[in-house]
Design a protein around this ligand. Structure first.
Ligand SMILES: C[S@@+](CC[C@H](N)C(=O)[O-])C[C@H]1O[C@@H](n2cnc3c(N)ncnc32)[C@H](O)[C@@H]1O
Length: 299
């Protein structure tokens, strides 16, 4: 039995900023373990919730957790980049608010066989959030040209040693396929000069981040998901987004700013909210979280 524990980030802030109509229809576009969704359903007895996730494990867990609310809660498997179609599949065209709590959940990181964590020895190089996606980290690492790998590590990992790591990966895979997280971590350690390895955290952190973003096309999905979300949002409804690294947060910040300068939206948070000291102490995952909210204007 998989342990499926995930501490929701900034739950109070999410509720305060997201809900403008206590009887409205809300979407949790990243249902995960269902923590935010459960809070919304418990706090607002007349609110309807639609939970979306592309990870079948998360959906199954969240479905059990939300079982007491089936009369006003739907759970849908899919990628939020297709939000309009997902909602249309259950006859919903407009919603009062949408939450995006991005990235991976703690259970995804902890399940060894998912291959998300550089701390797991000898996990398969998978990293798919959606197990129906045919593209795995194994395929990218073993089949893509060196310059594509370098570019991905630079763009999605902001990895300073991208060129050397890509070169070492290609050399290693000529001997035998790179199958496990442990093999990849060893290759990265060999590629990063010793002096650089002594600072800046785990040497594989940025490469693993880059691969995860690449496998799941996280930035593409975020760009499209925000557009889709904006499209189905009612006037005076809100999008709330929690981002966990600067690449995601930049996309959110720029999109929200554009809507605001085009007078389509109003920034509810001028600057991103961060977790308070208590939450930082209780939940290390909240350390890098940045929450932004925007409201759609009525024309
Ligand atoms: C940080 S967790 C959400 C945790 C949740 N808010 C809670 O309180 O339990 C992020 C979830 O979003 C899902 N996810 C990430 N990108 C997605 C996408 N493009 N479409 C659908 N689900 C996505 C992941 O599979 C993961 O389960």
């Amino acid at each position: 039995m998989v342990q499926f524990e995930h501490q929701s980030v900034m739950p109070k802030e999410v509720l305060d900023l997201l809900v403008t109509d206590a009887t409205g229809v809300y979407v949790d576009a990243t249902l995960g373990a269902g923590g935010h969704a459960l809070k919304l359903l418990q706090t607002y007895p007349d609110l309807r919730l639609i939970g979306v996730d592309q990870d079948a494990y998360a959906l199954s867990y969240a479905t059990d957790r939300l079982a007491a609310y089936t009369d006003r809660c739907n759970v849908l498997k899919g990628n939020f980049r297709y939000l309009t179609a997902l909602l249309a599949s259950i006859g919903v065209r407009q919603v009062s608010g949408i939450l995006f709590d991005l990235g991976v959940s703690s259970p995804q990181l902890d399940q060894r066989e998912r291959g998300f964590s550089y701390q797991q020895e000898d996990a398969p190089l998978d990293m798919r959030m959606d197990l129906d996606n045919p593209l795995t980290a194994f395929r990218l690492i073993n089949q893509r040209p060196e310059q594509e790998i370098r570019h991905a590590l630079q763009t999605f990992g902001e990895e300073r040693w991208a060129a050397r790591i890509a070169q070492f990966i290609v050399q290693a895979r000529q001997v035998e396929p790179i199958r496990t997280s442990g093999q990849l971590v060893d290759i990265i350690r060999a590629a990063v000069p010793a002096a650089a390895r002594r600072s800046g955290g785990h040497p594989a952190r940025r490469t693993f981040q880059a691969l995860r973003i690449w496998v799941n096309d996280e930035l593409g999905a975020l760009n499209e998901g925000l557009e889709e979300g904006w499209h189905v949002l009612v006037p005076s409804g809100r999008l709330v987004v929690i981002a966990f690294h600067s690449l995601e947060d930049r996309i959110v910040k720029n999109r929200f700013r554009d809507w605001s300068t085009q007078s389509e939206g109003r920034l509810v948070t001028r600057h991103p909210l961060m977790a308070n000291a208590q939450e930082l102490a209780d939940n290390p995952r909240s350390r890098s979280a940045k929450l932004r909210a925007v409201e759609k204007l009525t024309h």
